[in-house]
Design a protein around this ligand. Structure first.
Ligand code: PHE
Length: 450
């Protein structure tokens, strides 16, 4: 057993797990998807439900995944095989691997846009443009299908490169330093945004809930967004948890990651909505909301040129630390369970992602043939993963920990075999065992009925 463990790569320091998990969580989900979902789902009412989801479900699900990962020291499929031999549980792991692959396929589309926007900002092509012109540029860019595919390919390659090199040399190093810088830049942007004329309305949209707007769709979108933003329900934190040894405090890791992720999402909201209302961009404008509003804020700022470049570079890096985690789940599975060398596993996974991913990119062109059931391939992948697969995965994970792994082993893990107190363990276990499965199920079903 000791020998076997030695062969596995792992994080080098205590900060490694938090940095990598926060790197996975913080990404386009916070800065791009969160404002989109909030705008499409009526504003502040969505925010309230979202906050309830991340606090009451996010922390317990995250902790469950970390416990499964660290206890098994295995990839997300192997983990269930080891902890529940000869059972059906590994299906949860397989579903997670599939889900990681599907998310990577459309997430890499938007990640590619960040590269296009770095180039645009260096070329100073936003300068002096009004919001209409920026919107037109964005639409034109979407219709250049192959340019989207090219950037997507570049991004997949970048991700592959880091994962290829392995956990310790790759993931950890990149995640540690850059997220705090992103935070600072968002604060600068936020200050500019809330001082724009007409910003108040945007803040009211974000913070003054209109409870009549809550319906099944709002509920399930908030649930899906919570899982998506925290990277839950598909094995990222099982995989990352498996790379740490006994002395990490899993509970405080979960709390820190949820806090950091939520803070960044809130800040993104404070940046986007006041500015969007000020520039007359509709809150439900969807994809363009972020990519048009942000350059427009920089246009109104001294030093905007430089800040804009830094912002898109950081956004690309935030996306990268998330795509790394998506790919890592797939690669850890292929290499450990199918016994294919890590390097080859990376190549296989990247090629497969590219093949599916290009349809996601091309499906955003006007009159695209690439639709599934009336949705673009992009939207279909987004919907099925975030709103269906992640909550389903989440429910299975809490049921596994609450009912199959059980209290004793859960307590052993969160207290590091009694070395630390983990004073919230009882209440968290209660949530894992009873509340979380019921709550996720209710929200999920209410969304389906709609
Ligand atoms: N949490 C990431 C983000 O917010 C996206 C992601 C989802 C990453 C699921 C891994 C797994 O951008």
């Amino acid at each position: 057993m000791a020998e076997e463990k030695k062969k596995r790569d792992g994080f080098g320091s205590k900060l490694g797990l938090i940095a990598a998990a926060a790197g996975s969580a913080i990404g386009l989900g916070n800065i791009y998807r969160f404002p989109c979902e909030l705008g499409n789902n009526g504003g502040a009412a969505f925010l309230l439900i979202y906050l309830a989801v991340v606090i009451f479900l996010g922390i317990p699900v995250m902790l469950s995944e970390l416990v499964i990962g660290r206890r098994s020291q295995c990839n997300s499929v192997g983990a269930f095989k080891r902890l529940a031999p000869k059972s059906g549980w590994p299906i949860v792991g397989y579903m997670g691997v599939l889900c990681g692959f599907l998310i990577f396929a459309f997430y890499s589309t938007v990640s590619g846009w960040t590269l296009e926007y770095i180039v645009k900002s260096v070329a100073n092509s936003f300068q002096g443009k009004d919001i209409k012109a920026l919107e037109q540029d964005f639409a034109d860019f979407h219709n250049m299908g192959w340019r989207n595919v090219m950037w997507q390919g570049v991004f997949i390659l970048l991700t592959g490169f880091v994962v290829f090199k392995g956990v310790q040399n790759g993931i950890e190093k990149y995640a540690k330093v850059l997220m705090p810088v992103l935070l600072v830049i968002l604060i600068v942007l936020g200050v500019r945004s809330v001082t724009l004329p007409g910003a108040k309305e945007g803040l009211a949209f974000l913070f003054k809930p209109d409870f009549s707007k809550i319906n099944g769709q709002v509920l399930i979108s908030a649930l899906g967004q919570g899982f998506f933003s925290l990277s839950l329900g598909m094995g990222v934190l099982i995989t990352y948890g498996s790379y740490v040894k006994k002395d990490d405090n899993l509970t405080s890791t979960a709390f820190s990651v949820v806090l950091a992720d939520t803070l960044i999402a809130l800040l993104a909201g404070i940046v986007i909505f006041p500015a969007a209302f000020s520039f007359n961009v509709n809150a439900d404008a969807g994809m363009g909301l972020v990519f048009n509003t942000i350059p427009m804020i920089f246009n109104q700022m001294t030093g905007g040129y430089v800040f804009c470049i830094i912002f898109f570079v950081l956004l690309a890096i935030a996306a990268l630390t998330s795509t790394i985690s998506l790919l890592e789940v797939v690669v850890a599975y292929i290499s450990e369970e199918l016994h294919i060398k890590r390097q080859w596993a990376t190549v296989i996974a990247c090629v497969a992602t590219m093949m599916l991913g290009c349809f996601a990119s091309l499906s955003l062109m006007d009159n695209t043939p690439f639709t599934i059931g009336g949705k673009t391939v992009f939207d279909a992948l987004d919907f099925i993963t975030a709103n269906v697969m992640l909550p389903l995965g989440g429910i299975m994970i809490v049921i596994f920990v609450g009912w199959k792994l059980g209290k004793t082993k859960f307590f052993q893990e969160v207290t590091n075999d009694g070395a630390i107190k983990a004073s919230l363990k009882k209440i968290i276990f209660f949530i894992i065992r009873y509340l979380a499965p019921v709550a996720i199920a209710i929200v999920f079903i209410s969304g389906l009925i709609k």
